[in-house]
Design a protein around this ligand. Structure first.
Ligand code: 5GP
Length: 172
């Protein structure tokens, strides 16, 4: 289970935590639902969202697809005082930090590179090249973990979900 699994489990456990739904140019994996897991958009749509200033942050992740956080839902959730969570990459976190330094930044760390490889292969949704890219991103991100306020080791799912839930509820 990766970060996606962790966030999905948190959503189920804590419906009061608001979780941002990112826009992405990648295609849905089997079982992923548009508007729930992501807003799956075309390259052109994504470009328009950037041009219209609709994204709080965005980045090209793993050197392939673009991912970004729609700004209005975040503003609304914060204005309503909801505990809120963005699951974004390192580049995105750096951008959000520039405008929201008061937020809590949590690094989700895989138990080991070996385990990360095992999960990635087990999922079977990426080809060799894409897996290679994802592992390289993970190495870059691990090197930057010190930029974050907290680290959660994503080993046992229940433990990691409890830790994340406590941090999100505390940070509000
Ligand atoms: P996946 O394709 O596995 O769903 O996601 C790949 C990576 O994209 C995730 O590890 C996640 O951190 C990152 N990501 C997902 N949504 C966003 C977003 O809105 N902005 C940024 N910067 N990264 C995102």
């Amino acid at each position: 289970m990766g970060k996606g699994t962790l966030v999905r489990a948190l959503r189920e456990r804590s419906p009061d935590i608001w979780v941002s739904v990112s826009a992405t140019t990648r295609s849905p994996r089997p079982g992923e639902v548009d508007g729930v897991d992501y807003h799956f958009v075309s390259d052109d749509d994504f470009t328009h969202m950037i041009e219209r200033g609709e994204l709080l942050e965005w980045a090209t992740v793993h050197g392939t697809h673009r991912y970004g956080t729609p700004r209005t839902p975040v503003d609304n959730a914060l204005a309503a005082g909801k505990p809120s969570l963005l699951e974004i990459d390192l580049q995105g976190a750096r951008q959000v930090k520039a405008s929201m330094p008061e937020a809590l930044y949590v690094f989700i760390e895989p138990p080991s590179m070996d385990e990360l490889v095992r999960r990635l292969v087990g999922r079977g949704t990426e080809d060799d090249l894409e897996r290679e890219r994802r592992l390289r991103t993970a190495e870059t991100e691990m090197a930057a973990s010190k930029e974050f306020d907290r680290i959660i080791i994503n080993d046992d799912l229940d433990t990691a979900v409890s830790q994340l839930e406590a941090l999100v509820l505390d940070a509000r």
